[in-house]
Design a protein around this ligand. Structure first.
Ligand code: PLP
Length: 374
């Protein structure tokens, strides 16, 4: 006999981990509107607005600004496969998990990753980066993660880009966790290629990756000697669908409803204003810090470069990591994040991202942790 399958009704959760974050009901509502054809004039108008709203969020006039129809990892891959060719050298700054993924992307393009390693939980050291730039005069690009989700560190994107530009390098930035949560200025900081994700401070559904490429990056793509090895992520082809050069050709069937959701999430960010959104993240971080420190939890990352949207605290001695997280989930419906990589079992990561970054969530999390740790 065939099994009977029930409609899936997700349990009620409060998502305060490293992402995905809670999705604003206004965004879920947008997602459920009737699907249009991906070349319908009304949909194309929506795509144009998404592009303008992304330019606002990234602070850029870059024409080549759009969401890739796949998660942040695909945005990451799109940047590397389009800009790199076999034999290229890229300086990759690593101080957490995601810098390591950049290295793997570079190597899979047949290029060499020159690594600048820093301790997880500390910022990328500008002196070390400058030494690597001096030692690698033929480096094509410098790549780094703006907001390292695995540690809660904010790397100094403005200073790193300024340094890279002094050595004539392209700048490649991972803004998966930073977009919408902390200051980011693509044009002002001379960022050539950037990718983000929708599931963090944009509080949209997971599965899309906003990207933006500067004119200099576009020239590099146009003057490639070899074909981009990925058909799906080849920006010359993707551009044809997103209206670059007035074209609108079918490339792939866009995730139409997810793009309704992205439009709504960007509209919400635009209405709030970038500086108000950044201030809200900072204020809620301070409220969370006061509450957590009262119950003896200690922050790992220095205040000077701590991300407000990703709070990493040490697990107190003798406390069972998995037991606490499962009690929070089962008794409070509250998700917080475990440590990743070398930090597994040592830290918790508490997200305050986008819609979920509010006083109600701060209090809920502090109260739940207070009872579970008592
Ligand atoms: N880069 C950073 C900094 C991230 O935090 C993540 C995901 O958490 C990614 C890249 C990969 O994004 P996705 O999981 O959407 O593929």
């Amino acid at each position: 006999m065939l099994a009977q399958f029930q409609t899936f009704i997700p349990p009620v959760r409060t998502l305060m981990g490293p992402g995905p974050s809670d999705v604003d009901p206004r965004i879920l509502n947008a997602l459920s509107r009737p699907t249009l054809g991906h070349l319908d004039p009304a949909f194309i108008q929506l795509m144009d607005e998404i592009k303008q709203l992304l330019q606002y969020a990234f602070k850029t006039d870059n024409q080549l600004t759009m969401p890739i129809s796949a998660p942040g990892s695909a945005g990451m891959e799109s940047v590397f496969v389009n800009l790199l060719e076999p034999g290229d050298k890229v300086i990759v700054c690593q101080n957490g998990v995601f810098g390591g993924r950049m290295q793997q992307n570079v190597e899979r393009c047949g290029a060499t990753a020159v690594m600048v390693q820093d301790t997880w939980g500390k910022q990328t050291d500008l002196n070390k980066l400058e030494d690597a730039l001096k030692a690698t005069p033929d480096a094509k690009a410098v790549a780094f993660v703006h907001a390292e989700t695995s540690t809660g560190v904010r790397n100094d994107a403005k200073a790193i880009c300024a340094l890279a530009k002094r050595y004539d390098c392209l700048t490649i930035v991972d803004a998966v966790t930073s977009l919408g949560g902390i200051e980011l200025d693509v044009d002002g900081w001379q960022i050539d290629a950037i990718y983000s994700g929708t599931q963090k401070c944009l509080s949209c559904v997971p599965g899309l990756s906003p990207v933006s490429f500067s004119q200099e990056a576009v020239e590099v793509i146009k003057s490639r000697k070899s074909k981009v090895q990925s058909w799906f992520l080849d920006m010359e082809l993707v551009m044809g669908y997103w209206g670059q050069g007035g074209k609108r050709a079918y490339h792939h069937t866009a995730p139409v409803n997810s793009l309704y959701a992205l439009h709504e999430s960007l509209r919400i960010l635009h209405n709030e204003g970038l500086s108000s959104a950044f201030l809200r993240h900072q204020e809620m971080h301070v409220a969370l810090k006061v509450g957590l420190e009262k119950i003896g939890l200690e922050f790992v990352v220095d205040q000077a470069y701590r991300l407000p949207q990703l709070n990493m605290v040490s697990i107190p001695q003798g406390v069972d990591d998995a037991q606490v997280r499962s009690q929070l989930l089962n008794e409070y419906g509250l998700e917080i994040g475990a440590g990743l990589g070398e930090l597994a079992g040592k830290v918790w990561r508490i997200g305050l991202m986008g819609y979920g970054c509010n006083k109600k969530n701060v209090d809920y999390c502090v109260n739940a942790l207070t009872s579970v740790l008592a």
